[in-house]
Every structure is written in C-alpha cells, then in structure tokens.
Design a protein around this ligand. Structure first.
Ligand code: ZN
Ligand code: ZN
Length: 365
C-alpha cells in the first residue's frame, strides 16, 4: 500500500506576498496519476500572476510552478503511457480525447485537459492549488499521467523544463499559430523568454527577415543572438514605421505579440503587410481595452488569432523540441539565464520584472 509522502515546495498563501518554502503532504497518486520527482523548473510570469492573486482569491494557497522536468517515481492504477524512472517534461495541456475538439480531431484545442485530482495539502490541512494543474516549485508533485511527456535522459533538466511552457508557447506561435513559411518576414513584439522562442521558431520555419521589438536594449541584443535579423526600439521612434522601413514599406507577413498590452497589440496589428497574420500570445490585464478602427482593420485583410501554448500538442511537439535542442537547432542554453534554488524564487520574480533574466531555472539539488 502506497503511503502519503511529505514534500517541500514554494507555497503562496497571501496574494501579493512572497511565496514561502514549506513542507506539504502528497497523497498517493490515484488512477491514471503519477508522482513525479521534480529535477528543474523554470520561473514563468504566470507563477508571479498566481502569487499576486491575478487569478482570483479563492484558490489560495497556491503551489507555484508549472514549467518542469522530472522523474516518474510512482504510478497510480492503470497508467500505461509512462513507467517508473521515466524522465519527463510536464505539460499543462493533456487532451482528454472526449471533448468536442478532441472528437473533431483538434486535440490542441482540448476544452477539458486532464489533471490529477487534488492530492496535495499544506501541513495544516488546506488543499493546495497547483499552478496550471502542475506545481513544480517543489520536490515532488502529482499530475495526470498524460501530462508527462518522456524525453531522452541524456538531455539536461533545466533546459528541458523550459519546453514545458515558455519555449513551446513561442515556438508554436511561429510554427503553428502564425504558420510562418520560408522567406516570410516576422516581427516579434516583446523579447522575453516567449518572444525569443518565437524568434527561434521563425528562424526554424525559414523566415528571412525577423524583427525584434523591445524597449530594453539588452533584450534586443539577446534577441539578435536567438536569430533576429533586425531590431526596433520604440523609444527611438514609431515602431510601426520602423518595421515598414525594414520591409520595403509593406510591413511583415506575421506579427507575434508577446507582451499583452493594448499598445503592443496595436503595434502588431498595424505592422502587418496586406493579408498579414497577427498572433497574440501575451496575457493582458483584466482592465485592458483595445480601440480598433474597424474599417482600417478590414482593409488590411489577414488574420488575427490568440494562441495559448503555441497551439501545441505536447506528445507530438515536446520530443521534436528536445531533438532540436540535442541537434543544436534550438538554443536553450542561452535561455537559462540563471540557475537558482527553491529558496530564491521570489528574487527570481524580481529579476524577471527588472528584465535581467529570460528565465531563472530552479535546479533541485
Ligand atoms: Zn478534449
Ligand atoms: Zn508558463
């Protein structure tokens, strides 16, 4: 009979206050669930939003983290897709196979993604809410077995963890949501971890003009290292005009917005050529509003789409990205700006806000 275990993790009890490393209890994995020992976890902006109470007061306390890699330690009943000892990347999309999208052959839009039942509680008995149904700022977590995507254990945990959220989101925005084709021009607005991943995705897809747009000169320098062919700093003048000047006066085929503000969405919309595609991956605040001149928008044609997780299918895409990393196509080493311990996550949030890091990654000792 499997027993309950005690784990350690970063728990956020009070909205806006730093999360604290605490012990917590994990019940044995139920049917189709697995216990995973975390090896590494990226620190993503969504964790900061959870800590700050952006997702509402009710689900506190949160177990932070959702971008992780680890080892499958214990299987619940009926698990067949992974085995004990498998090295896995955790996914926050695990298609159910039964919803209207899955049944129609569109599992990347699954409306009922699989998660484990609530198995984790604080030592004083309060049920924890793991961020995006995962929880990775911790020694162990319980997830649905279909949230586990095995990859080669020759690959480093810190780099692999990033495939679980930010890198996949950016690459998928270029490859799938944006449908970038060889020879096209792409503008990426906002060059953090997701934006730089979109730049890598555009390069992999064969884009020949890749324009990085950011207010921070350091971010623009990094963007060049990931494959941007041009950079635009809106502090130096109108970004739309600058993008048009680079593209023969026309604008780009694909604009990817990775900030989530009305201002940058406008930049993305108006920097497109005729029939250009705009993909929004930035998460906007609840108060954000867009004032859209509809006739002008119509006259440009093209497409406007919102992409969650780069429209990815983790079972298909995580192994591809892991292979691209192994072959040197995907520069995830450069994405890991800092490695930290479990106790340093709050400082990592501040470093992210100050723009000092693309990704801090917790590496478990
Ligand atoms: Zn589904
Ligand atoms: Zn994330």
């Amino acid at each position: 009979m499997a027993e309950r275990i005690t784990a350690r993790g970063v728990i956020s009890r009070v909205p806006g206050e730093p999360g604290v490393v605490e012990e917590f209890r994990i019940d044995p994995p139920g049917p189709n669930e697995v216990l995973v020992r975390i090896l590494a976890s990226g620190v993503c902006h969504t964790d900061l939003s959870a800590r700050n109470g952006v997702f509402g007061i009710e689900p506190f306390p949160w177990l932070l983290g959702h971008e992780g890699s680890g080892i499958v330690e214990r299987l619940g009943e009926g698990v067949t897709n992974v085995k004990q000892g498998d090295y896995v990347i955790l996914a926050w999309r695990a298609p159910c196979g039964e919803c209207r999208f899955c049944l129609a052959g569109d599992p990347a839009f699954c409306a009922n993604s699989l998660n484990a039942e609530p198995r984790m509680t604080t030592m004083d008995g309060i049920q924890l809410t793991p961020v995006l149904g995962i929880g990775t700022f911790c020694t162990h977590t319980v997830v649905h077995s279909h949230q586990c995507i095995p990859v080669s254990d020759a690959l480093p945990p810190a780099q692999m963890s990033l495939i679980g959220c930010g890198v996949m989101t950016g690459i998928g925005a270029a490859l799938y949501a944006g449908g970038v084709r060889p020879g096209e021009s792409v503008a990426v607005i906002g060059c953090g971890g997701v934006g730089d991943s979109a730049i890598m995705g555009a390069k992999i897809a064969g884009a020949t003009t890749i324009i990085a747009v950011d207010l921070d000169p350091r971010k623009l320098e990094w963007a060049r290292e990931f494959g941007a062919t041009h950079t635009v700093n809106p502090n130096d003048g109108d970004a739309v005009e600058a993008i048009k000047a680079i593209t023969g006066g026309f604008g780009v085929n694909v604009a990817i917005e990775a900030v989530g503000s009305p201002r940058t969405i406008e930049t993305a919309l108006w920097s497109r050529d005729l029939a250009g595609r705009c993909v929004i991956v930035g998460v906007a605040g609840k108060e954000a509003r867009l004032d859209l001149p509809v006739a002008q928008f119509f006259d440009r044609g093209g497409k406007l789409s919102v992409s969650w997780y780069g429209d990815c299918l983790p079972t298909r895409d995580f192994p591809i990205l892991a292979n691209w990393y192994a072959q040197g196509t995907l520069d995830l080493d450069r994405m890991v700006t800092r490695t930290i311990t479990l106790d340093e996550t709050d400082e990592a949030f501040h470093a992210m806000e100050r723009g000092e890091t693309l990704r801090s990654v917790i590496v478990m000792a």
